[in-house]
Ligand binder design. Structure first.
Ligand code: AMP
Ligand code: ZN
Length: 666
């Protein structure tokens, strides 16, 4: 046997054993023998790198690191599902679609609605070629390297009745046992436990290091083949085919000959759901006949041929121990209920959001009340009701905080707003820290390496009072702070200096003016052109701008009325931060002479054409495809994977728009 044959044989064998173990749950060799074979394959591949195969079973162990996930358009849009909550909703739906189809009865498939993160897998010639998250339904993130580590995802299909190209959709889920084990480990390591399996599953997909993903006990449940429809006649047939092809399709799906059978299935699973080793949040009912599915088509949001039936949210009863108040960066106060820990749908709940003072009054919440908590779609559960008959006779109603829990300043509330605010903008720690954290965040000044804890330390050590003071920080100031290594201090100072290149609109967003988000900041920057002009604008002038109403206008005016804020802006000006809109008329130079650039992807600070113009202005040459003569690839947010592979194969540096701008600095 040649080496190539040996490698191929081992791969084939391991794919098959993997399927038997993870998908069929019927292994035919021991774990030890499997591990030995895998080790043999890894050794051979290492010795003979020419036989590298991205779909080799060895790739499951992880190793690839993805710094920026590429955005990919879905070939077929990934829709949401319509929701139903009771029998009547379903009967109405059936009546609606029967009318469209001109029939009097339909048969369905019922599948469990797995609660995880959706994924779209594309196979070409039987090999997994791409895995993309749902994203906004039109485009998602390519997470192939991470998905490859999930054992229930076939990397290679052995069956020979698969189409040349097809896409299959499924849900990445984290089974409850694995979730609990992860949390036990975290608590032991002194870390905060994860909130719930669904968020942990979807968070896993976007981890940069695929080794970490490989370590998580994720599964992939498949439910929909998207391909040439003529392959199958019914949804049922397609599910069976998916199983046969080696995909993991949970066995609990059923054919329902009519709506009564659907209702029976719902009743059965509403009762049995807690016996499943993973979480479901309902059932998905699909018209079985695929020709009917095609005829029914889609609304703007969801297929007409499918309906999700949502189970009632699970509720648990527990005790309200206390109410605490959190202060956000804008001074907004959020009341949070502290609960006696209680198990709810597989996770321990000990806090619930109380939203605002009205919410508490409407509930008529008393201290030490017995309350019902429910997990809705949100991360933090909600208190939905109080068990008033369990209330102690002498219990006291929750009285909303009068003073800020952090700085003791009396709280304020605008008559037309639900939220309370701490008005001590320039003296209340969480507000000060929050504003700096916002200032440095990725979409604002993009200063990496500073966490909230370090910011707080810097404030406590009087190194900074506001974000403007960041620009006066030196490495010597930072190193003595707890836990800050010299290297990271160096990087932080470098990142702060680099942020003076951030364009004005993002600076404006970074300032943290209440109600001035990214879009509003862009509009204001474009319209006024500079901070000087904006700071002098009147309410009328502000409201004359597209989409700017009185609330934003007042907030902008109030910001510039505060003398500390004006001082901060002067400090930023001295530091060289961009306080004027640039019109890209930077002087021409020959800094990039003799260099050849490929520009690819979507950028934050420039349009692609602006970036090309900028390069040419400085003597660089734009070329359209990567070759050994290319000097740099300037990559934006969704550069194609093939370009990436080609650039790294040829050893051509891939740089960001920021690095390009830095190259141009005199
Ligand atoms: P929603 O996000 O509530 O609109 O529900 C739609 C999502 O349900 C889809 O994106 C899938 O990720 C998920 N889902 C879970 N199980 C199934 C299933 N058996 N069939 C279709 N979708 C499912
Ligand atoms: Zn305060």
């Amino acid at each position: 046997m040649t080496v190539a044959e040996k490698i191929t044989a081992l791969r084939k064998e391991l794919h098959e054993h993997n399927r038997r173990y993870y998908v069929e749950d019927a292994p035919v060799i021991s774990d030890q023998v499997f591990d030995e074979k895998l080790a043999a394959l890894i050794a051979l591949e290492k010795e003979h790198p020419a036989f590298f195969d991205p779909n080799s079973p060895s790739q499951r162990v992880g190793g690839a690191v993805t710094k920026n996930f590429t955005t990919v358009m879905h070939q077929h849009r990934m829709y949401s599902l319509d929701n139903s909550y009771n029998k009547q909703d379903l009967l109405d739906w059936e009546a609606r679609i029967c009318k469209i189809l001109g029939v009097t009865a339909l048969d369905y498939t019922c599948e469990l609605k797995y609660d995880g993160a959706s994924i779209s897998l594309t196979y070409v010639n039987g090999k997994l070629s791409q895995a993309v998250t749902r994203g906004d339904g039109f485009q998602g993130d390519e997470v192939t390297n991470n998905i490859k580590t999930i054992n229930t995802v076939p990397l290679q299909i052995s069956s020979n009745d698969v189409p040349e190209t097809f896409t299959i959709r499924g849900e990445i889920i984290l089974p409850l046992a694995g979730f609990k084990a992860m949390n036990v480990a975290r608590i032991r390591a002194g870390e905060e436990p994860y909130m719930n399996p669904r968020n942990t599953a979807s968070g896993s997909l976007k981890l940069q290091d695929s080794n970490l993903v490989a370590a998580r006990p994720l599964d992939c449940f498949l439910y929909q083949i998207v391909a040439d429809r003529s392959l199958f006649k019914t949804q049922l047939e397609s599910l069976k085919a998916a199983s046969r092809w080696g995909f993991f399709v949970p066995k609990h799906y059923a054919h329902a000959a009519n709506m009564d059978a659907v209702l029976a299935y719902l009743k059965e699973w509403e009762e049995k759901r807690s016996t499943l080793p993973y979480e479901i949040d309902g059932v998905v009912i699909k018209v079985n006949d695929l020709a009917f599915q095609e005829e029914l088509g889609y609304t703007a949001k969801s297929p007409r041929w499918a309906m999700a039936y949502k189970f009632k949210a699970e509720a648990a009863e527990t005790l309200l121990e206390d109410v605490v108040y959190q202060v956000g960066r804008t001074g907004a106060i959020t009341p949070v209920a502290q609960l006696t820990p209680v198990l709810l749908g597989g996770t321990v709940v000990k806090r619930a959001s109380l939203h605002n003072a009205d919410f508490i009054t409407d509930l008529d919440l008393h201290y030490h009340d017995t309350v019902f908590v429910e997990k809705g779609g949100e991360i933090i559960p909600k208190i939905t009701a109080i068990s008033t008959n369990k209330r102690q006779p002498n219990s006291v109603p929750v009285r909303y905080a009068v003073n800020c829990p952090e700085c003791d300043t009396p709280l304020e509330r605008n008559p037309d707003e639900a939220q309370h605010y701490c008005p001590n903008t320039n003296g209340c720690m969480p507000q000060l820290v929050g504003r700096v954290a916002h200032f440095i965040s990725r979409k604002a000044m993009d200063i990496d390496g500073l966490g909230a804890e370090t910011i707080q330390l810097m404030m406590q050590h009087n190194l900074i009072k506001s974000y403007a003071d960041l620009y006066a920080i030196s490495e010597v100031d930072l190193v003595p702070l707890e836990r800050l290594a010299e290297k990271s201090a160096h990087n932080i100072v470098k990142a702060i200096a680099a942020s003076t290149e951030v364009p004005f609109s993002r600076v404006l967003f970074a300032l943290g003016i209440r109600y001035v988000g990214q879009t509003v900041a862009k509009k204001l920057a474009q319209h006024f052109g500079s901070i000087a002009a904006l700071s002098m604008a009147t309410t009328d002038e502000l409201e004359a701008v597209d989409e700017i109403g009185s609330r934003i206008a007042e907030s902008v005016i109030a910001f510039f009325a505060i003398s500390e804020n004006r001082q901060i802006i002067e400090q930023l000006r001295t530091a060289g931060v961009q306080l004027e809109q640039q019109n890209n008329e930077s002087p021409a130079s020959d800094t990039l002479a003799d260099l050849r650039f490929v520009v690819s992807g979507v950028f934050t600070d420039f349009s692609r054409d602006e970036l090309k113009a900028l390069i040419e202005q400085h003597g660089g040459k734009i070329v359209s495809s990567i070759s050994s003569k290319t000097s740099y690839v300037v990559s934006g947010d969704n550069m194609g994977p093939s370009k990436k592979t080609k650039a790294s194969a040829l050893g051509i540096p891939i740089i960001s728009e920021k690095e390009l701008v830095l190259m141009l600095k005199p």
